[in-house]
Design a protein around this ligand. Structure first.
Ligand SMILES: NC(=O)c1ccc[n+]([C@@H]2O[C@H](COP(=O)([O-])OP(=O)(O)OC[C@H]3O[C@@H](n4cnc5c(N)ncnc54)[C@H](OP(=O)(O)O)[C@@H]3O)[C@@H](O)[C@H]2O)c1
Length: 270
């Protein structure tokens, strides 16, 4: 078993197995470290193995698309899947619930936020950024500014998503915060083992919400800085928690609750 794959750090087994117990369903959610070359074989084996479905994480979110009989508009729009459902006839259906998790998290933690509140700045252009941008555009945000260390990657995201995006150079990231209503860190900076995101907040309005997709630690250096200057914050764990109930809806027709107890249980492991 390869320990370098991110699956071993996943909190998803704890989350889903909590619900199996709570709903008295004889099921189990297990981490499976599948090598990139084996993903197609692994997915095609799911019906025979009796799986209801799987979640996908890096590096399989895009390559798995080739194995789906059907992908919905969300999965196609984001260009990546996090959820596979094995249908009764054994065919595979793919979608993405991360975008729902992203929006649901801000709606829960900052319920007064509105998509028309003003410009949104997204830092980063990886998978999490794509998801956040798609979700924001889908929610109705009309002005999304993106800056990424590797400029070409930001241009690729803008081209792929066709969302209301303006791409800014990395050295413009501090200035582009001017007038923003929401700032999203969609890089891995600030995560445990990584340096803090290199971003000056002085141009960011004090009323702007600061949302960090990184959830380990819960309060990242960026969020601590934002709190110090009085900005409202959104921590990243709720995105992970909220992408999971729609998966249960698709697999079992049940929509489990993200309870404070569940949140505390996961937080205690971070
Ligand atoms: N809360 C949740 O549910 C949730 C869901 C998904 C992901 N996440 C978190 O989101 C983060 C990003 O994940 P991802 O899947 O998008 O990863 P990814 O596709 O590898 O993208 C990483 C991003 O971080 C940027 N970056 C890396 N090192 C940097 C540095 N030194 N300075 C500035 N930018 C840097 C990259 O910029 P370049 O393009 O220049 O390399 C890229 O934009 C991770 O911490 C992940 O755990 C959280």
């Amino acid at each position: 078993m390869r320990t370098s794959l991110p699956i071993h750090q996943s909190r998803s087994p704890m989350l889903h197995n909590y619900w199996f117990k709570q709903h008295n369903i004889a099921g189990i959610y297990i981490p499976l470290a599948v090598k990139p070359d084996d993903i197609h074989t692994a997915l095609r084996a799911l019906p025979a193995l009796g799986f209801s479905g799987v979640n996908l994480t890096i590096p399989h979110k895009q390559t798995a698309m080739a194995d789906m009989a059907e992908i919905d508009a969300v999965g196609r729009g984001i260009g990546a899947l996090n959820l596979v459902v094995v249908r009764p006839d054994g065919s595979l259906f793919g979608t993405n619930t991360d975008a729902y998790g992203f929006i649901q998290n801000i709606r829960q933690l900052q319920p007064e936020w509105r998509p028309d509140a003003g410009p949104v700045v997204v830092i980063g252009a990886g998978g999490a950024s794509r998801t956040a941008i798609w979700a924001l555009a889908d929610a109705g945000v009309k002005d999304i500014r993106i800056a990424n260390r590797t400029h070409e990657r930001a241009l690729t995201v803008a081209k792929a998503l066709g969302a209301p995006l303006t791409v800014h150079r990395w050295d413009e990231r501090h200035d582009v915060l001017e007038g923003a209503a929401l700032l999203v860190n969609a890089t891995n900076q600030g995560m445990i083992g990584q340096p803090p995101l290199d971003l000056r907040l002085d141009k960011l309005p004090k009323r702007a919400i600061v949302y960090d997709i990184v959830y380990n630690p819960i309060v990242t250096p960026l969020l601590a800085d934002a709190q110090k200057r009085g900005n409202p914050i959104v921590t990243g764990l709720g995105m992970l928690l909220n992408q999971a109930p729609p998966a249960w809806k698709a697999w079992f027709g049940i929509e489990p609750k993200v309870t404070p107890e569940l949140r505390a249980m996961i937080e205690a492991t971070l």
